[in-house]
Design a protein around this ligand. Sequence first.
Ligand SMILES: C[S@@+](CC[C@H](N)C(=O)[O-])C[C@H]1O[C@@H](n2cnc3c(N)ncnc32)[C@H](O)[C@@H]1O
Length: 410
Amino acid sequence: MDTKLPNMLLSYLQESKRNTRFFLESITRQSNDKFEVYNIEEIKNTIICGDCLEELKKFPSECIDTIMTSPPYWGLRDYGVEGQLGLEKTLDEYLEKLLQITAELKRVLKPTGVMFWNHGDNYSSKTVTNRLFIQEGGRRSNNPLVGKFNLKVPEKCLALQNYRLILKMIDEQGWILRNTIIWHKPNHMPRSVRDRFSNAYESVFMLVKKKKYWFDLDAVRIPAKYDSSGVREYREGNIDNSYKPKEVRKILEEYKGKNPGDVWQIPTQPSPFSESHHATYPEKLCEKPILSSCPQWVCKKCGKARERIVETITVKKKERGSNPSDSRAFGPPQQSGIVSLHETKGWTNCGCNAGWKAGIVLDPFAGSCTTAVVAKKHKRNWIMIEINPKYCEMGRQRLNAIPEPLPLFE
Ligand SMILES: C[S@@+](CC[C@H](N)C(=O)[O-])C[C@H]1O[C@@H](n2cnc3c(N)ncnc32)[C@H](O)[C@@H]1O
């Protein structure tokens, strides 16, 4: 019997062995007193433990497909480690530091890349006390920086830390803001406030570098429901011409399977390490960003990502003989039974025949590596940067518990 393993299996085993490697210390290879630039293939699927600004400077330009992250918010938490962001004395100082990081993020993002930036807000108060600062484990912080804020926003006013940052990113760095997604938390924390409404959402800003970028809406559409009894089919270009063109367009465009929209209702999820990290976001929050913006197949030679080829079939549930121009037939899909089925017919091919690799998702404030967990589950590559070694270790444990993804087949 031939005991040689097939090439595909061999490369899979080599790949999965590589995937279990994690960097728990930052790589500081030096040559002639200068930092070398990381080889992106070497740091794929690793956790880099270090300060994200310093680490990002070692990344080559335009190597990342998707950034999904949530930075430490200003004045909210003490993550218990030197060099952490969020404890700056003024909002301006915090914004300045974050802007240095977003400039590096823009440099490492591919021109076709997309960044999702989850950033909440807080209220200004003259008497900021350590009540605001929740250290790991839910205890109050003893950090001496706490309480020394020089706030420029009026007392009781929302700091608008997120919008101030995003405005500067647009004006000073040229980012293009495509969506402000509302992450609505149906199980949000009850608050004892009596003179305003309690806060039930956070924002997720979707930003790009160029007008044209890689985006697979079909991967995240809400599928149309339909009952196959008594349906009539219309293919694009072959629509019953008794329908008004406007109505036909509406059918084709609107009912392809619903665009999920920019309000996402996602309950908060208890931290996988309840005693240790309290700012984890739910895995669900990363799903749409990763599925829509990180390609599954990128050419190993030319770097072009494959795009979905889609055919739309419009299916209309309607009794024969009734008047097709009856406007009631074009009501909401659940009433009229008009649906468009969006079928994937294949994927574009650059023709290099060099094989494919998955895109890379980066999280520069990885915490317990929720972003990587979702990327790994969906067979995307990932790179995590986190300053706190304890959180790096938590992330390593979470990621090790997920089976290695099988190789990508067409
Ligand atoms: C909001 S939490 C991210 C949580 C993460 N999304 C998760 O689900 O676990 C922000 C993280 O940024 C880390 N952090 C703070 N300053 C940092 C820095 N300068 N470089 C890298 N990470 C930093 C904190 O330790 C914290 O884990």
